[in-house]
Design a binder for this molecule. Structure first.
Ligand SMILES: C[S@@+](CC[C@H](N)C(=O)[O-])C[C@H]1O[C@@H](n2cnc3c(N)ncnc32)[C@H](O)[C@@H]1O
Length: 272
């Protein structure tokens, strides 16, 4: 990516017209506010299956507005998040202060050259960010951060992927993205000596968006997800799983079929 393109991408992620709390989190799901609430609970449920026993330390590269730090909260003994969007970092810092979360640090920076303040972490997390890196940067960023993983630690990659053929998106607004295949993601981490431990659909995708668009149902679901998250999420998840049992795809766009997954990697024997 040349410098003018990088500047355009940077501007995209700083664009004030987006709400920093939800930016980048609903682009190809249903895009509904209620989906954002539902999705975070579902993703967290999946993620927790792989995380070490609390408290653990985490480095998050491309942390956005800090939704993972907030969601994991007191499970974190120490957390560092870095993102190139000043708007989102400011929002994250403000939220962490309001929630009185200590040991949570947000830094404005580019993950391609960020040096963590701490020596090592139990978990290194990429949530929806490597698709904004070209292949060379993707490879370099894994290599660069490996020394910051404790022995026995894990790297979590949560990515939107494509089935069949990778796809590049370059749009005028500065949105630059590459949707890779699941096999390409696994190969990129394995090439650095990491062991592929598991991968799994990130959450039960919300089905029948037209229903959740109705003001009454959307109000009820949003209220439920905020006030009785476990129960409301379970109901919505059961509904979505039941509606379309044979369709695992995150979404279809013409002939393109998207997936959305967690990939878990640990240090393999051949990493020095
Ligand atoms: C889809 S959002 C995900 C945010 C967060 N991880 C989450 O799951 O809510 C992608 C984020 O990656 C950030 N990003 C993209 N390229 C980056 C780079 N080179 N350095 C730092 N942040 C970057 C964007 O600013 C944006 O906040």
């Amino acid at each position: 990516m040349d410098d003018s393109k990088k500047a355009q991408v940077h501007a995209y992620w700083n664009n004030e017209q987006h709400d920093p709390a939800t930016i980048g989190t609903s682009s190809i799901g249903t895009g509904l506010p209620v989906e954002f609430l539902y999705r975070t609970i579902g993703e967290l449920e999946t993620l927790r299956r792989y995380l070490p026993r609390a408290p653990f330390s985490m480095l998050e590269l491309g942390c956005g507005a800090g939704r993972w730090a907030m969601a994991l909260g007191r499970s974190l003994s120490y957390y560092e998040g870095v993102d190139m969007s000043g708007q989102q970092i400011a929002f994250a810092q403000e939220t962490a202060a309001k929630q009185k979360l200590s040991n949570i640090h947000f830094t404005l920076g580019d993950i391609r050259n960020y040096t963590p303040q701490r020596q090592q972490f139990d978990v290194i997390y990429f949530a929806g960010v490597t698709q904004y890196l070209d292949d060379a940067d993707f490879e370099a960023i894994i290599r660069r951060n490996l020394p910051y993983l404790v022995p026995g630690g894990i790297i979590v990659e949560r990515a939107t992927t494509l089935v069949g053929e990778r796809r590049y998106v370059r749009d005028e607004s500065g949105y630059w993205c590459v949707y890779r295949l699941n096999s390409e993601i696994i190969a990129a981490f394995e090439a650095q000596g990491l062991r592929h431990v598991a991968d799994e659909q990130s959450y039960t995708f919300l089905r029948r968006p037209e229903l959740w668009r109705s003001p009454e149902l959307s109000f009820f679901a949003s209220w439920g997800l905020k006030n009785m998250p476990t129960a409301m999420h379970a109901v919505m998840k059961a509904f979505s799983a039941g509606v379309n049992m044979h369709n695992d795809a995150f979404c279809h766009e013409g002939d393109k079929v998207y997936d959305h997954r967690f990939f878990i990697f640990s240090i393999g024997d051949n990493v020095t």
